[in-house]
Design a protein around this ligand. Structure first.
Ligand code: XMP
Length: 435
């Protein structure tokens, strides 16, 4: 391994993730570990230069104040204790300074002056390390990866291609609920550009037949999820000698932000649903990265910006935006309208500035007039929101000319749509998606 590491021990702080990110921004690698890390676990971590005992609100568990183990106190590297009466610590803080500048200064002093860590955490070193680790883990065996075209699976694919080339097989399932151009982009980038061993599965009819007549949103989600596993499993069974499954697990998936102190690292086997007899070992090369680092990794691996800086897109895709029972005509109208919205947001410089924006098509029609005759067609709803954590959201105040341009284009270009609406509802009370 190339890089120095600062270990953050979770002694009940709510700020583990924030501190980890701040130190990484200084160019030094960090990992968050539970307070009861053993001597063996600590010894197995490479290049540990210092340890932060990150105390806080949950330092008392079941009435007993938790403390780091003797292994930590005897590790022989500088310790920094926060809100914690450490038995001995070179540096102690009552709490993390509120002031950003003071905070950064405190971290810098500890990381560079006390620990003498070198700021060598960067994507090139990360990629070099991971390539080596992947090769060690996989040897000459084979890896299977479900490649949705989302940021995480795309970056894992690009990294695995670098590391093991055609020992990797990617499976892209087109369930018919992706946005316009997405399946084509996956094939173009991974098969044509990166030379991946890519199996493209056209499962559109299969998904839409299963979904026919199903109006309940949760039932739709279940069908899409279950059918996806089934299709992927069928493809896996056709292949011989696969021992590993690549996964786009990222750090936030495995770190809880300090509330359940002793259970900070939760089990994260999101392979969930694959049958027992398909036994794979996992390859999860992004599991120590935050989302922005995953994007930086994707850029360093040469993936296009449109893939790396994609806005979040739900697993069930357009399925939960084509309200009620999905029909092909409404689904196509939705996909076209969504492409127009995205195109106009690009032209208005809003890509990357607005967190999530999309269209929704309801399952009712309204009266209009087209070519001097009465028409009875679908409305399309535009939605554009900003949020930090998707728990609450505010509506983007899109300029009228942009909204009017999108409206004009949808009404002129999308068959079967005679009305465009803008959703002004924040979350709460509304949710971001309509279903
Ligand atoms: P809501 O609608 O709950 O959405 O305010 C919050 C965020 O979650 C996304 N979302 C989903 N993502 N599977 C997903 O992978 C789903 O079933 C799902 N439903 C909502 C939504 O797009 C938003 O970013």
């Amino acid at each position: 391994m190339q890089q120095d590491m600062i270990v953050i021990l979770d002694l009940g702080s709510k700020e583990n993730t924030r501190v980890a990110r701040e130190i990484r921004e200084l160019g030094v690698y960090t990992e968050i570990h539970p307070h009861d890390i053993t001597a063996e676990q600590l010894a197995a971590l490479p290049n540990v230069k210092g340890i932060i005992l990150n105390g806080g609100v949950n330092r008392v568990v079941d009435g007993v104040a938790i403390d780091a183990s003797d292994a930590v106190y005897g590790a022989g590297v500088p310790l920094m204790a926060v809100d914690h009466k450490a038995r001995k610590a070179d540096v102690s803080l009552e709490a993390w300074p509120e002031d950003e500048v003071e905070r950064t200064m405190a971290l810098k002093r500890f990381v560079f002056d006390d620990c003498h860590a070198i700021a060598n955490w960067n994507m090139d070193n990360f990629i070099a390390d991971q390539i080596e680790l992947i090769r060690q883990q996989v040897g000459d065996r084979k890896v299977l990866l479900a490649l949705s075209g989302g940021v995480d699976s795309s970056v894992v694919a690009a990294l695995l291609i670098r590391a093991i080339g055609d020992q990797l097989t990617c499976v892209h399932v087109n369930h018919g609920l992706l946005r316009k151009g997405e399946p084509e982009q996956v094939v173009q980038v991974f098969r044509d550009q990166l030379g991946a061993n890519l199996i493209y599965v056209d499962a559109v009819d299969r998904f839409l037949n299963k979904l026919a007549g199903v109006a309940d949103p949760e039932a739709k989600r279940k069908i899409i999820g279950a059918e996806f596993i089934r299709v992927f499993e069928e493809e896996a069974r056709k292949l011989d000698g696969i021992q590993f499954l690549g996964q786009g697990t990222i750090y936030p998936d495995i770190v809880e932000s300090g509330t359940k102190t002793a259970k900070m690292v939760k089990s994260h086997h999101n392979v969930g649903g694959l049958p027992e007899d398909l036994q794979f070992e996992l390859v999860e090369p992004l599991k120590m990265l935050f989302k922005d680092e995953v994007r930086a990794c994707g850029v360093a691996l040469g993936l296009p910006d449109s893939m790396v800086y994609r806005q979040p897109f739900p697993g069930p895709g357009l399925g939960v935006r084509c309200l009620g029972a999905i029909t092909r005509d409404r689904l196509e109208a939705l996909r076209e309208a969504d492409a127009i919205l995205r195109d106009e947001f690009d032209k208005a410089g809003l890509r990357g500035k607005v967190w999530q924006y999309f269209t929704v098509i309801p399952d009712f029609r309204s009266t209009g007039v087209r070519d001097n005759a009465r028409c009875f067609e679908w409305p399309v709803i535009l939605r554009a929101v900003n949020t930090v954590d998707a728990m609450t959201a505010t509506v983007e105040q899109v300029a009228w000319p942009v909204l009017l341009k999108i409206t004009d284009r949808i009404l002129a270009e999308v068959k079967g749509v005679n009305r465009v609406l803008y959703d002004l509802s924040p979350k709460p009370v509304a949710t971001i998606e309509w279903e």
